[in-house]
Design a protein around this ligand. Sequence first.
Ligand code: GLC
Ligand code: MG
Length: 533
Amino acid sequence: MIDTRWWQRGIFYQVYPRSFQDTDGDGIGDLDGIRRRLDYLAGLGVDAIWVSPIYPSPMADFGYDVADYCGIHPMFGDLEAFDRLVADVHARGLKLVLDFVPNHTSDQHLWFRESRASRDNPKRDWYIWRDPAPDGGPPNNWISNFGGPAWTLDAASGQYYYHAFLKEQPDLNWRNPEVRAAMHDVLRFWMARGVDGFRVDVIWHLMKDADFRDNPPNPGYRPEEGDIGRFLQTHSADQPEVHDIIAELRRVVDEFPDRVLIGEIYLPIDRLVAYYGEDLAGAHLPFNFQLIYASWNAESLAALIEEYEGSLPRGGWPNWVLGNHDRPRIASRVGHDRARAAAVLLLTLRGTPTMYYGDEIGMENVPISPEDVHDPWEKNEPGLGLGRDPERTPMQWDASPNAGFTAGRPWLPVAANFAHCNVAAMLDDPFSILALYRRLIALRRVHPALQTGSYRPVTAHGDVLAYQRELGGESLFVVLNLGGETQRGIALPDGVAEGHVLLSTRLDREEKVTSGFSLRAHEGLVIALSAAT
Ligand code: GLC
Ligand code: MG
């Protein structure tokens, strides 16, 4: 059997800390809140918790604008609260992964305050400063990911600084070895405190073109993508030099035993897989977001799975993601019936799954009225549907006021459906989507073929998608009806006489099947196969 690491076998669960559990009544989640809900997470069966940023921050981008990499925002707690969290996570056999945001700091970070103080400040070159274009405008045509120019003029020193996101998020200059050394020490600081790894924010952005050439126009631009879509990001991201930077980060992570490096990367598959690095010396898990963008039909899903499986470098470990704090929730993208089939895909495809908090109870995007908008992207480019508040609303724990999230006023509205869509109600309902997630996660433990077995495509025809997972003598058959009509006459794989249904997305059948069985609308099955005799 192959030797596998915890981050290959396990399941990651993303906590958006502002929205998970509040304990001090300020309407914003905190570290003690996460700690209070660890029994729930352990009971769910996940293995590792990734927590979005908890550092001191002016919150211009809700923590992705870090003002001190080695502290905790008082709103979330303090370092003692953090140490208590680490200890309690580890006491349950779970792992804790932090969000590392190396591409940019807050404009309130001391480094940037020094950098902007004068052209000859020793930290000037820690950020990206350029002279104006001859006409006095920005140095090139690069656009901020949140709309508008990516350059802001600092009147006092007469130069522009670059920010791939908000002007409150100046980009660090990763070509400067002092920046790299300082950031390596940040990783060491947290690993020494017991952190098991990092999810690295926008890792493909770290290096920019050395000559700051203009980006070419995007011929396929659609206005609903926002301003950023007007140009291809040819020179502003995904530069060849980034892989040396990541290999260095990986060497630092490897100074501590058994840690994981995950990269946030939105790129086509052929570019994405380069982030495993030469000889797999890059990210352990370059996030694979293909399911977030997939058209929900058997043929296109099969094609993307095949393309991904076929593109992985030798020994590169796959991973799958259905949602996160930046993208509409799966239940809202595909509807509740299909969200169940999606759960089966996430938890039975080959590779490490990452879940987003609340998806296990089928949380939906919550409509946000204009006065409740927090997300700066929505504020900059309103009305295009780009805002991310809808997928960041408070976790729905029970039917008590504010869904048990806070005794105060929640920072974002709680979903209207919380009285029935909540953890407590679904724990009592053996047919709930939460029950399905718990069963799927438990199945992965009992059947290691689901964790680390091989993947073999079987069918993608009409609305039916099927594949096999195999390990040792065990063979599991996963078959999904992605459409709304009953599918009849489904065959078991060649040479297999009989199977045993271990799980249906409807949680109402565990029975023997032979070729010719049916799948109800949107039903998915996990079937244990017995060889023909
Ligand atoms: C990543 C984060 C997102 C943030 C951006 C800038 O994409 O996931 O929430 O706004 O980086 O840090
Ligand atoms: Mg709080």
